[in-house]
Every structure is written in structure tokens, then in C-alpha cells.
Design a protein around this ligand. Structure first.
Ligand SMILES: [Zn+2]
Length: 308
């Protein structure tokens, strides 16, 4: 079965100030790297407002619309900016995640990758932060549970920064298992093992600065994979950030492109074992353009291989 690639040109309309790491060129480099791969290309729809309201309150959406500038930039916090096209981009990013779930759960494709921005995993219930506005991965999980009636959904976040937003949005959701690996210490500062959710359904895997593939593989093999096998998800959602790469300027982990390939392959193998191979992956961070493009390509090549 096929691998879907979901994206939309609106995701390039979210513009950030000169020098900002989360920039338009990131997505352009990812899409260029994926050219020529055997993918079912899908135009990402905008999420419906009701989709967004599944995870964020109406007051939050109203505040974002209020903050949207007619020109130039609106500023949410020190790192998080809105340009006139930002909410269109954010609605496309969220819509891509929702549509990807529809395609994978219905069996139209084996798995899917949403090449989108802005990213989502730092957006909390009513707080935009860390370049993020809507919790795309958490929304995908809730959509799979509430709309498609799945019983158990796992979210695996390998972005180098803790998925504090996904953790917040899924904090009391017993139908999910949230696993997040992150450099610690590092912004946003959360993600300690004792943060385990209302039902013990959150697993945080902190990794020390300077550590590389050996430590990452140990954390996943010893802790993450056994938890996934125990949980028996019906769908695995991946928050695919590529900023743990050794070339990334925002963090100090030393994963190679082949480490991302290994992790992607192992997650595909687990999905094949546990849930008919069903994976929805959505782009989060990754700020060295060449490393991002290479690691994202390796990730998607493994999705394609798994669906073949
Ligand atoms: Zn990140």
C-alpha cells in the first residue's frame, strides 16, 4: 500500500522575522528532498474549526485571530510570531494531520507524512509557544479516537525538544500513550520521567546533551518499545522533529541521519506488529536545512519501504 504525503502551499505563507530558525526554507528543503519518491501526494485541507475546538478552547482561537496582523508581524512570545498568513498555514498543518488519519484509518494508504509548518507539539491547551499554534499530533490522536472510534492511539515524539503541548493536551486522556524523547536540560524544561500523566500514560525519556545514537537506541529499545507493545495501539502517530541531528544549531544531541532511519524503521516494524502498519507522521522541528532534508527523506523512505 501507498504512503501519502500531505502538504499545502499555504504552509509557506507563515513567515517569520529574518534570522528566525523556523522559516519558510525549512519546508521548501523537505519538499525538495522528497521529490521523486514514490508517494501519493495529497493536498492538505484546512482543519474545520470544530477540529481545532476538539483540543483548544474557542477563546484561544479568538485570541489568535485577534493577534493576526494585517501586515508585518504579531508577537505571541519571544520566539513565536504571527504573519498575515500564519493561521491559514496553521489550519492547513492541523488539517493535514486530520486528513492523514482519515486516509490511514480507512486503509486508503498504509501510512502518511504531513510535511507542514508551523509545527505543533509545543502548543498547549490555551497557549501558543515555541513556534507552535495548534497541537497537530494531539489533534490527530483525538480525531482517531473520537471520530473514528479507535480505542487506543500512541503518540511518539522524537523532536529534540520536549512535546510539552502534546503532553498538556493528552495529560488526562487514558486512551492515549504519549512517549517523548528529548534533550534535558533544554527548553522548554519539562519532560522529566516523573511527569507521567493522570493515568500513568505518559513516558518521558530525557537524554543528556552530547549523547548520540547509542543512548537513543537504548532508551527506545529498553523503555519505549516495550511500553508500545504493552499498550497495543491501533494507530501510531509520530511527532517527527529532526533537531536531534548532530548538525542542528538549536540543540546538542548527536543523532546521525542513519539514527533517524533506524528509529523510523523500528517504529514501522512495531506498527506492522501491533496495528497493521498504521502510522501518521507530522513534521515538527529541525533547523539545519541540509540535515533536516536528509533526515526527513530517510524517515519517509522507511515509511515507503514499510508500505511496499
Ligand atoms: Zn524541536
Amino acid at each position: 500500500m501507498a504512503t501519502a504525503l500531505l502538504t499545502h502551499a499555504d504552509c509557506l505563507l507563515h513567515v517569520t522575522p529574518e534570522g528566525h530558525p523556523e522559516r519558510v526554507a525549512r519546508l521548501e528543503h523537505v519538499l525538495h528532498a522528497l521529490e521523486g519518491l514514490r508517494l501519493t501526494r495529497v493536498t492538505a485541507p484546512m482543519a474545520a474549526e470544530d477540529d481545532i475546538l476538539r483540543i483548544h478552547p474557542a477563546s484561544y482561537l479568538a485570541d489568535l485571530r485577534q493577534a493576526l496582523p494585517k501586515e508585518g508581524f504579531g508577537r505571541i512570545d519571544g520566539d513565536t510570531f504571527l504573519s498575515p498568513g500564519s493561521l491559514d498555514a496553521a489550519f492547513r498543518a492541523a488539517g493535514a494531520a486530520v486528513r492523514a488519519v482519515d486516509l490511514v484509518v480507512s486503509g486508503e494508504v498504509q501510512n502518511a507524512f504531513a510535511a507542514v509548518r508551523p509545527p505543533g507539539h509545543h502548543a498547549e491547551t490555551d497557549t501558543a509557544m515555541g513556534f507552535c499554534f495548534f497541537g497537530n499530533a494531539a489533534l490527530a490522536a483525538k480525531h482517531a479516537l473520537d471520530h473514528h472510534g479507535l480505542a487506543r492511539v500512541a503518540v511518539v515524539d522524537f523532536d529534540v525538544h520536549h512535546g510539552n503541548g502534546t503532553q498538556d493536551l493528552l495529560w488526562d486522556e487514558p486512551r492515549t500513550l504519549f512517549i517523548s524523547s528529548q534533550q534535558m536540560p533544554l527548553w522548554p524544561g519539562s519532560g522529566r520521567p516523573e511527569e507521567d500523566g493522570v493515568h500513568g500514560q505518559i513516558l518521558n525519556l530525557p537524554l543528556p546533551p552530547g549523547s548520540g545514537g547509542v543512548q537513543m537506541k537504548a532508551a527506545y529499545v529498553d523503555q519505549a518499545f516495550p511500553r508500545l507493545r504493552t499498550f497495543k495501539p491501533e494507530l501510531i502517530i509520530i511527532s517527527a522533529g529532526f533537531d536531534a541531528h548532530q548538525d542542528d544549531p538549536l540543540a546538542e544531541l548527536n543523532w546521525s541521519t542513519e539514527d533517524f532511519r533506524w528509529l523510523s524503521r523500528e517504529l514501522c516494524a512495531l506498527a506492522a506488529e501491533l496495528c497493521g502498519g498504521r502510522i501518521v507522521s507530522t513534521l515538527e522541528g529541525g533547523y539545519d536545512l541540509n540535515a533536516l532534508a536528509a533526515a526527513a527523506k530517510a524517515h519517509v523512505e522507511e515509511l515507503i519501504e514499510a508500505g511496499t
